[in-house]
Design a protein around this ligand. Structure first.
Ligand SMILES: [Zn+2]
Length: 79
């Protein structure tokens, strides 16, 4: 991304994704996005994340760059 955009987060924690970014990524009304923390950055990705083990869309946890569902987390705990 070459252009920098600055937005403010409102009192409910919402932020507007600028139209230029939505257009560049072809993000439309009601599209699903996912968010995660990478170092000190908030990363917003188009689409949804799937569990790195079972491919479930019911993501509850992130480990590094991988996402895990609650079922797999429970299975890992029981190892
Ligand atoms: Zn899983």
């Amino acid at each position: 991304m070459s252009k920098g955009n600055i937005s403010k987060i409102d009192n409910l924690g919402r932020v507007v994704i600028p139209k230029s970014i939505r257009k560049a990524l072809n993000i439309e009304h009601n599209d699903q996005i996912s968010m995660y923390v990478e170092g000190e950055n908030l990363v917003i990705s188009k689409g949804f994340q799937i569990c790195g083990i079972c491919e479930s869309k019911n993501i509850k946890f992130q480990l590094g760059k991988k996402f895990l569902c609650s079922k797999c987390i429970e299975e890992i705990k029981n190892l």
